[in-house]
Design a protein around this ligand. Sequence first.
Ligand code: NDP
Length: 310
Amino acid sequence: MLTILFSAPPARWPQYQAPLTAALQEAGIAARIVTETEAPETVDYVVYAPNGGLSDFTPFTGCRAVLSLWAGVENIVTNDTLTQPLCRMVDAGLEEGMREWVAGHVLRHHLGMDAHIVNPAHRWDQVAPPLARDRTVALLGLGALGQAAASALVALGFDVQGWSRTQREVPGVTCHHGAEGLRAVLERAEIAVLLLPLTAQTENLMNAERLGWMPAGAVLINPGRGALIDDTALLAALDAGRIGHATLDVFRSEPLPADHPFWTHPRVTVTPHIASETRPASAARVIAENIRRSEAGEPLLHLVDRARGY
Ligand code: NDP
């Protein structure tokens, strides 16, 4: 009988209890799941979310893997007490949600919806938007979520330019990589979507210089992580009209402080880190599959490269 510690904010447990129990049973794993323990050395696996109160992994001497409920692992990947393998979440439900959020926010800007949703002067401007095929959308990050977003944008017909650390092949996407690739992508990006992890290499990626590479009036959409953007540089670019609009879902400090200028800036849309979230039913199966693999001596899925940071 395995012992699994579910370490997440208390509100998560009622959402996960039934799906996780069912998924473990389906995978043929006999386990008891606890939400706290006084005997950490007896824990075989930790299911982890930030803000669950767990920060010292040293006492978990028998733990064979830490299984993150989050796709982004910047909160745990630099934890020196973590010596166990760390797996991040790759979840079909999370991908579906991100695909929808990105498609919706890209279409808002592509179609110029705002001018018609709020139109106090009752203007009758019959200016049809261009077709998607004539609009270039950049996707920075071509991992699980970037590719999910790409599938929707490609299906809609957008000219999708993707960027990643290593060269990728994504159907319908013109793929670039590395430092030179970034400039080539941003120079064409009428709309840029950030779906990168936060690492030492990606922090402040969108600084004044790189924001300046984008076409005048371009739109920046960030469902990645707040610190991918230099906030001061973004505000300056928005004030100058260099960047036409920023739709931001993630921030350096969350909840976004009430007095933060993003809240009131006319060219900024704030959404409260809801672009997507891990869905218990599908995520529980990912957790159970990884435990099954570990017990069978098979390679773990979605293993984080600690040196790379994601
Ligand atoms: P993946 O690890 O699957 O993909 C990451 C992508 O970023 C890869 O294409 C990777 O390149 C690329 N990348 C990483 N570092 C660099 C770099 N230095 N230069 C260029 N490209 C780089 O992550 P996911 O797609 O699953 O998730 C992406 C992020 O989305 C998460 O880390 C998290 O921060 C965020 N997220 C936000 C949510 C929200 O609700 N707002 C919900 C869930 C996640 P390569 O392909 O070469 O490895």
